[in-house]
Write a protein that binds this ligand. Structure first.
Ligand code: FAD
Length: 541
């Protein structure tokens, strides 16, 4: 196998043994961006780290976001200047660490009047000052002739002006995996599909966690000097394992995205579209699809990995397309993929979900369990620094900072076009496959393609080598892990995702020794989920 450092599903038994026998400094509950970023930073700073995730890594909110590394112009209007400054500055840092996971793109804000453009320019200028944006990255004003060239589908009779400013597009789940691989390389012990169902308390202090392996059913007990609850929308449930009467701190808000084939809405850039209710949604071109999102509605149920998507969510997202674009308006039946996630917002009584701050909040229980609520994908490194300050208090000393290097796949200059051209020339793979591989794997794409450059089924850009890489380097243990969160086929190659399920299962069976029954269970479960994603009435199934 490859020399690349990672964590292999083939090593699960060794991980169980290590978890049971070592005493860790930190036991982290969760496997989203907060937990992954924390595991990396803590392991790099020399702490002994264990991390347990109940489903797959990144299967919660951290694979369901709008995938923007951004400060959020909207939060500036809400007066959250400190949050916007912090996240706007983080954009450059993430770009330096992983340029393939922070692609520089134009965000286009179309306006109906010149006065509207002046207003947006003022907001964008303030945003750029906060984010220390300079040079080529400063905003541009686009008029009719620029828009005809840059975004020909835009209805310029209605929207004759636009402000184009820089934002960064990531892949949320792959950013999580990159952080976890870096954590594993620094010695962290990571396990997915292992649900934490107990917090051990000795002498009034938390001394570890208990968990159940959701694949083999095995019970695991992990000893640790400090426990961190980074369970996103599930933090309340995890807190109750230690303090059953802990008051609620979270307000959950559901955000839905839908995607359309790029041929149906051939956009070039990322656009901000205003809704009649005063909210905005993004329309984002990513390879073969354009995705639209997001909704922002209060979610009053127990948190779920697969929040339901209603036809009203889909119609809401498609509604502005008719007025913005000269195109036959897309219908729910045109939608080829859809995903919903839950924002774990810190509750602010009296405010609507859309008006609540995206700030994080860190709490330490009497028993010393550190819980983190709220936050944004973009600001994960800063959230992690604050968690480590609190964890340092529990551990009895400040945890010294270290200099961070690139994330796996991120050690290159950010020129994705050159990377793709090199891959296509060396391996004879299609341009589409080469572009996709560069975006997902950065400078490691060569190694992944080298494991198997042939498409996993005819005419799809997903390659055989990706399955081996996902299992041996990125801890994928189920077919769903590969289809949804490693290859991202379910989101960005929805037509192909149905066709790859069986071949992925067959290859995983070879690698992991599955029998025929296990293969059919995996195939059935993944196909069922793909169908459920589009089961809102009016969607294709
Ligand atoms: P999660 O990713 O949810 O991780 C928590 C994990 O804990 C889950 O994987 C879960 O399975 C696990 N877990 C739960 N219970 C247990 C247990 N008992 N044992 C073990 N593990 C457990 N931010 C941005 O910066 N840019 C954006 O464009 C953006 N868009 C967004 C769009 C939407 C629709 C939403 C919902 C959010 C968006 N955000 C965005 C916010 C961002 O996605 C979240 O802040 C971030 O992903 C939260 O990560 P997390 O690690 O805290 O939570």
């Amino acid at each position: 196998m490859s020399a690349a450092q990672g964590f292999s599903t083939l090593d699960r038994d060794r991980v169980f043994q290590e978890l049971e026998t070592r005493v860790f400094d930190l036991a982290i509950i969760g496997g989203g961006i907060t937990a992954a970023g924390l595991a990396r930073e803590a392991a790099l700073r020399g702490l002994a780290v264990a991390l347990l995730e109940s489903a797959d890594f990144a299967s919660g909110t951290s694979s369901r976001s709008s995938k923007l590394i951004h400060g959020g112009l909207r939060y500036l209007a809400m007066g959250d200047v400190a949050l916007v400054r912090e996240t706007a500055l983080e954009r450059k840092v993430i770009f330096r660490m992983a340029p393939h996971l922070a692609e520089r793109r134009w965000m286009v804000l179309p306006t109906r009047s010149y006065a509207g453009m002046i207003k947006f320019r003022a907001a964008v200028t303030a945003y750029e000052k906060l984010g220390a944006v300079e040079g080529d990255d400063l905003h541009q004003n686009w008029q009719k002739e620029d828009l005809a060239r840059e975004e020909p589908l835009l209805n310029t009779e209605r929207y004759p002006n636009a402000v184009a400013y820089r934002e960064y597009l990531t892949d949320d789940a792959r950013l999580v995996i990159a952080n976890l691989r870096s954590a594993a390389a620094a010695g962290a012990c990571l396990l997915n599909h292992a649900e934490v169902d107990g917090i051990r308390v000795e002498g009034g202090r938390a001394s570890g966690i208990e968990a159940t392996d959701r694949i083999g059913g095995q019970k695991i007990a992990v000893r640790a000097r400090c426990v961190v609850n980074a369970a996103g929308p599930w933090v309340e449930a995890v807190r109750k394992l230690e303090e059953p009467d802990a008051p609620s701190v979270l307000h959950l808000s559901k955000g839905v995205h839908v995607s359309l084939p790029a041929q149906r809405l051939p956009l070039n850039h990322m656009l901000v579209l205003n809704q009649k209710d005063g909210r905005s949604i993004f329309a984002i071109r990513q390879g073969e699809v354009v995705f639209l999102g997001t909704t922002d509605t209060s979610y009053e149920h127990e948190p779920s990995l697969w929040p339901e998507i209603g036809i009203e969510d889909v119609e809401y997202l498609l509604r502005p397309l008719a007025s913005y674009f000269s195109v036959d308006p897309p219908q729910p039946g045109d939608v080829t993929a859809a995903w919903a996630g839950l924002r774990p917002l810190v509750a602010q009584p009296g405010k609507k979900a859309k008006d609540m701050s995206r700030k994080d909040e860190i709490m330490v229980s009497r028993g010393g369990v550190v819980t983190v609520a709220g936050g944004k994908l973009t600001g994960y490194r800063r959230t992690v620094e604050r968690i480590l300050d609190s964890a340092g208090d529990v551990l009895g000393g400040k945890i010294a900072d270290v200099e961070e290097g690139p994330l796996p796949g991120g050690d290159f200059d950010g020129d994705l076009e050159r990377l793709s051209a090199g891959l296509a020339a060396e391996f004879g793979i299609s341009e589409l496959a080469a572009a996709r591989m560069s975006r997902l794997y950065g400078c490691e794409a060569r190694e992944v393609v080298g494991l198997g450059p042939e498409p996993i089924v005819d005419d799809v850009p997903i390659l055989v080598g990706e399955v081996d890489w996902a299992v041996s380097i990125e801890g994928a243990a189920k077919v769903e892990d590969v289809v949804y969160r490693r290859t991202r086929a379910a989101l960005y190659s929805p037509e192909a995702s149905h066709r790859i399920v069986e071949p992925v299962a067959r290859r995983m069976a070879e690698l992991l020794g599955w029998n025929t029954q296990q293969v059919s269970e995996q195939v059935e479960q993944t196909r069922k989920q793909l169908a459920v994603d589009l089961s809102f009435s009016g969607g294709r199934s």
